[in-house]
Design a protein around this ligand. Structure first.
Ligand SMILES: [Zn+2]
Length: 249
């Protein structure tokens, strides 16, 4: 029997509620640059503090985390960014580039799917409400450039993709990018929008609202609902290589 030794204290996982408090305080992105790809970082290292106190932690992207770990990014600078995070300071979160490409794209939402094939460079409106395209895909030089806007039911803009540049509102209750899935919440168990970016060619929208000119299309996990026409659509599928797949005028 070995005597006198003691087991090193295992670092527990950060509780989800603590992670959320940190995200909310930091504006859902790296406090230095705003990128929504980040790690939960102890400002003073875990080895010294040995606790997950949300007030002693911050969000740093992989680059800024590595800079801090190497001592290239001074702790004082992390502290001041933590007091005044980029996404709140700039008033607009940093755009995150989505990498869609190829000759075909698949949009899945509300349990239905449609595929758009491209034979040449073109801009195709995939979903049109009252003459305005709310989902648009453009093929240009082997790239697929996706554009859409997702709102809450109260018509507050939650997120925008403009030719693959993703931005979201830092005034939402919670925004979280886990793996390829972005979730925006209005409260506990209240998912306002959920999208998975299955690059290079697929986008999956599980929840959210498309709005234009007083009209709304609500996406739920198993159907889409057209408020104005009181139509519920489920299990549809379409494949097109010209024109728009869904049009509501
Ligand atoms: Zn950063």
């Amino acid at each position: 029997m070995k005597a006198g030794g003691h087991m090193p204290k295992k670092r527990p996982n950060i509780p989800e509620s603590v992670k959320r408090q940190i995200r909310q305080r930091c504006g859902f992105g790296c406090v230095i640059c705003g990128l929504p790809l980040y790690e939960y970082e102890h400002i003073v290292e875990w080895a010294s503090v040995k606790r997950h106190d949300p007030n002693e932690m911050t969000l740093l992207c992989p680059t800024h985390h590595a800079e801090k770990t190497r001592g290239l990014l001074p702790v004082a600078e992390v502290n001041s960014a933590n007091q005044d995070p980029f996404n709140y300071r700039s008033g607009r979160p940093e755009a995150f580039p989505l990498r869609y490409s190829g000759d075909s794209c698949l949009v899945s939402m509300g349990g239905g799917t449609w595929r758009q094939d491209f034979t040449q460079d073109a801009t195709v409106p995939l979903l049109v409400i009252r003459g305005c395209s709310v989902i648009e895909v453009k093929r240009q030089d082997e790239r697929l450039l996706l554009s859409l806007r997702i709102y809450s039911k109260q018509v507050k803009l939650l997120l925008q993709i403009a030719e693959n540049e993703l931005t979201f509102s830092a005034s939402s209750w919670d925004v979280e990018l886990v793996g390829r899935k972005l979730t925006i919440r209005g409260g506990v168990r209240d998912i306002l929008a959920q999208i998975e970016f299955r690059t290079p060619d697929e986008i999956v929208i599980t929840r959210g609202v498309f709005a234009f000119g007083g009209s709304q299309i609500r996406v739920e996990p198993d159907h889409i609902f057209l408020q104005e026409y009181n139509i519920r659509m489920e299990g549809y599928s379409a494949r097109t290589n010209g024109g728009s797949a869904l049009r509501f005028d």
